[in-house]
Design a protein around this ligand. Structure first.
Ligand code: NAP
Length: 302
């Protein structure tokens, strides 16, 4: 074997394909060999990890990485846990979960908004009232957890099926110890009441769906910052501009953070996570908490 170990990334995905976005990110970050595995179930993780770690001498372990994709945040985290349990020291490797880009996107959104709160309002997440639209999606889910862990008072907004956000809040309490409040935004009145009460809004609904209209936003007298991750027209927040990064929305005092301001930090974060795995001298297990730490550093907050 040559002196320098070839860098190899095994990409696991429960769906029928892995994300080309993530493949490109991994290649550009420096992985030389990238292998996709699809239709992966949780029970497959242990044999796949052990197959990989025993094929290389232990000091090559850090050059072997696993990426957990898919579109289910809890399953990706379970896959990381299963991977960690499957290691047989000193035979180990690094793992990183970012299902549908959600951990790095949510981390970027939370850090970008935090920077605006800090520098424009002298505020932190502690006690800040946040309403999350698209809360049942992977980006909405991860951003609720990250901001709540930082002390925000987070509401998960249901747009259909209130019981689904109730369940999500219960799971979040059990897994992460955070108190998220399920709220019913299924009717126009319910939605307006939620927006009226918010200091920060995360618009994390599906691509091309407008979730907050200008009329609704104008009702929100306490609203400081509104962030939108949707880059596909129409914007998730009426009047949001793609590159806004703390500027006021036209004709309003509310500061906007747009999808490409968030996307820029997300992109650097995902690349940075792969580079961290490649340069580490010990095996790493990276999830949304590590992504958030990296985004804080990328936004100058840490
Ligand atoms: N800027 C970036 O760098 C970046 C990176 C990745 C993703 N994104 C964007 O992030 C957003 C969320 O992605 P995701 O992967 O989390 O999506 P997802 O898992 O498909 O979730 C979408 C969420 O939107 C909700 N939704 C769908 N239609 C809605 C409507 N008419 N009104 C209100 N809510 C609605 C869904 O609710 P149901 O569960 O009821 O369907 C779900 O909660 C997308 O716009 C995506 O393009 C941005």
């Amino acid at each position: 074997m040559s002196e320098e170990a070839t860098t190899i990334l095994h990409m696991l995905d429960p769906r029928k394909h892995v994300s080309p976005f993530d493949v490109n990110m991994a290649a550009d970050a420096g992985y030389k060999v990238i292998v996709p595995y699809t239709g992966v179930e949780i029970a497959d993780v242990t044999p796949l990890i052990q197959d990989a770690i025993f094929s290389r001498p232990p000091h090559y372990g850090v050059k072997t990485g696993f990426f957990m994709g898919g579109k289910d945040a809890l399953l990706a985290l379970d896959m990381i846990d299963a991977a960690k349990k499957a290691m047989v020291p000193p035979f180990e490797c690094s793992v990183f979960a970012d299902p549908a880009g959600s951990f790095t996107t949510a981390a970027a959104m939370v850090a970008c908004v935090e920077r605006v709160l800090k520098f424009k309002f002298g505020r932190s997440w502690k006690g800040t009232r946040v309403a999350v639209f698209g809360a049942t999606g992977v980006v909405g889910f991860a951003s609720s957890i990250i901001s709540a862990l930082e002390g925000a008072k987070v509401q998960l907004v249901a747009h259909r099926g209130f019981d689904r956000v109730v369940k999500s809040a219960a799971v979040s309490k059990e897994r992460f110890g955070v108190d998220l409040e399920p709220v019913n935004g299924e009717t126009p009145e319910g939605k307006r009441e939620i927006i009226k009460n918010a200091e920060v809004i995360f618009a994390a609904a599906a691509a091309g769906v407008k979730v907050v209209s200008r009329e609704e936003m104008d009702l929100a007298k306490d609203l400081l910052v509104i962030a939108d991750v949707n880059a596909v027209p129409p914007p998730g927040v009426e009047g949001m501009e793609l590159f806004m990064d703390g500027a006021p929305l036209a004709g309003s005092n509310v500061l906007g953070v747009g999808p490409l301001a968030i996307g820029d930090i997300k992109y650097k974060c995902e690349s940075g996570m792969f580079k961290q795995m490649l340069s580490s001298d010990k095996p790493l297990a990276l999830d949304f908490r590590h992504a958030y730490a990296m985004c804080k550093s990328l936004t100058g907050l840490a």
